[in-house]
Design a protein around this ligand. Structure first.
Ligand code: ADP
Length: 477
């Protein structure tokens, strides 16, 4: 089975969100199951230097431009990566999608339209010495047009699997971008990539793929409803026979409290109590919080966007600060939210340890040092931090939505008794819901038997990528 796995970001080359975690780990897990897999990305600035044993593989002609294809491996992995090199399009200052002022690149339609065509040509053996894919696995809108190109360039084409990591990003562009790309006029149709008068590259992926997946079974159901469907719910309901939910795994090597190099002290289930106490003390010191064993430490990490529900935490603070808790928070994004949290930290001295910015190491230390971990997302395709929390013996408190509902087992009398409970799941993202969730968490952790039960069942769960990889392989077949 030969699979071309295409993504606009992948660890350790480049990351802006959860997609990079998936694209960095799933191909290796598939290779371990015997899949002959190649990962293809644009050659962003600095990425070619990270390619081990780099060599030029071939050339592609895409929309009149010459792309060089480089091959190599990354990190300590064996999976071969192909980087599409066209410096004028991809090797720029800034993140893959934005300039230094955080504005989307004005030619993103062209950049990813060309990337998608390059993916299709590579899958058919062009520019890569004749290696031909049986299956092309595209991810998110940046690769959506690849499915359309494949069907146009070859019949029968390799089969196409398209994964939605977040339906909120639909790759919308004006009709002029469609014209500029010189796409076949027939594609501009309801049964194509037209979406309310605009071009949606995500819709191209949905429409032309043979199978669609998303990153949790619950999100796969939710996106067929108006509340979560972002306008695609009708189409997704129509396509539901080919829509599958496959839960993401986590990188259990990188996120392992027994070996984590970023922690003050490593620990496992046997050394949990002492390990967490040491990490909590170190984390409090790092964030400038007074050591206060009469309070529990609640962790929060994430992009500060509407999706993640941090505005609700702000609204709930007057009530939350009545409870015996401190907050350890790490996040970056919306400037207004950043300023509001900075103001809140000043208003409640000694109660809120805040770091604004992106800090991978601190994220590990918060997972290890916190007692509870709060995720009040309005929607969450899968979510990773609630899985990291369980692995680190930190009890997640989450909204009953998307992948959060699939991965956290709410502590009910029944689940506490049968030993499956791992956290607290609350029903509504509002002040009442969040305060209820934290109160419930406090109540559970105050009971030593419940506390240890929740921590141990969380730590012993299997969130490995192998489980997901087996499901993808079954779908490819
Ligand atoms: P999303 O992809 O919607 O941002 P996920 O939970 O799927 O959400 O993945 C986010 C990943 O990025 C997690 O690994 C999380 O720990 C990490 N992350 C988010 N914000 C930060 C930050 N400010 N500093 C460090 N890591 C972060």
């Amino acid at each position: 089975m030969k699979v071309l796995f295409a993504a606009s970001e992948a660890l350790p080359l480049v990351k802006t969100g959860g997609l990079a975690d998936v694209a960095g780990a799933l191909p290796g897990a598939l290779a371990a199951l015997g899949v002959d897999i190649r990962v293809v990305l644009p050659a962003y600035r600095g990425t070619l230097d990270k390619l081990v044993d780099r060599k030029p593989l071939g050339e592609l002609l895409v929309r009149g431009q010459r792309f060089v294809v480089w091959e190599g491996t990354v990190g300590h992995g064996k999976v071969r990566h192909w980087l599409i090199d066209c410096p004028a399009l991809y090797a720029r200052e800034g993140d893959p999608y934005h300039n230094a002022r955080q504005q989307p690149w004005s030619d993103n339609a062209w950049r990813y339209g060309c990337f998608a065509e390059a993916i299709a040509r590579l899958a058919l053996g062009e520019g890569c010495g004749g290696w031909k894919a049986d299956v092309v696995h595209g991810n998110d809108w940046q690769t959506g047009l690849a499915a359309a190109w494949l069907k146009l360039l070859r019949d029968p084409a390799p089969r196409c699997v398209f994964t939605i990591h977040n339906l909120a990003y639909s790759g919308l562009f004006p009709r002029s971008a469609f014209e500029a790309l010189g796409l076949p006029p027939g594609w501009w149709a309801i049964e194509g990539l037209e979406f309310h008068g605009q071009m949606s590259m995500l819709k191209a992926g949905l429409h032309w793929a043979d199978a669609i997946t998303t990153v949790s079974p619950n999100y796969a159901r939710e996106i067929r409803t108006a509340r979560f469907g972002q306008g695609f719910e009708g189409l997704l309901e129509h396509l539901s026979p080919r829509l599958h939910g496959i839960l993401n795994g986590i990188d259990e090597t990188f996120w392992n409290p027994a070996t984590d190099p970023y922690l003050a002290q490593t620990y496992n289930a046997a050394s949990l109590r002492a390990g967490k106490a040491a990490n909590r003390a170190a984390l409090s010191a790092e964030l400038g919080l007074p050591q206060d064993n009469g309070k529990l430490l609640v962790g929060l990490i994430g992009r500060l966007t509407e999706q993640k529900g941090f505005d609700v935490v702000l609204a709930a603070l007057p009530e939350l600060m009545q409870l015996p808790i401190q907050l350890a928070m790490l996040g970056a994004g919306d400037r207004i939210l950043e300023a509001s949290f900075a103001a809140a930290a000043a208003r409640y001295p000694g109660r809120i340890g805040l770091k604004l910015g992106y800090d991978e190491r601190l994220a590990h230390r918060i997972e290890a040092g916190a007692d509870l971990f709060l995720m009040p997302s309005r929607f969450e395709p899968c979510g990773l931090n609630q899985m990291y929390s369980q692995r680190y013996g930190t009890v997640p408190v989450v909204h009953r939505v998307g992948g959060l509902a699939d991965t956290v087992v709410d502590a009910s009398p029944r689940t506490l008794k049968n030993g499956t409970a791992t956290g607290v799941v609350f029903n509504d993202v509002d002040v009442g819901g969040v305060v209820w969730g934290i109160r419930r968490g406090l109540e559970l952790l105050a009971d030593p038997v419940a506390r240890v039960g929740l921590q141990y069942s969380g730590m012993s769960r299997d969130f490995s990528w192998t489980t997901a990889a087996k499901q993808y392989l079954a779908l490819y077949r």
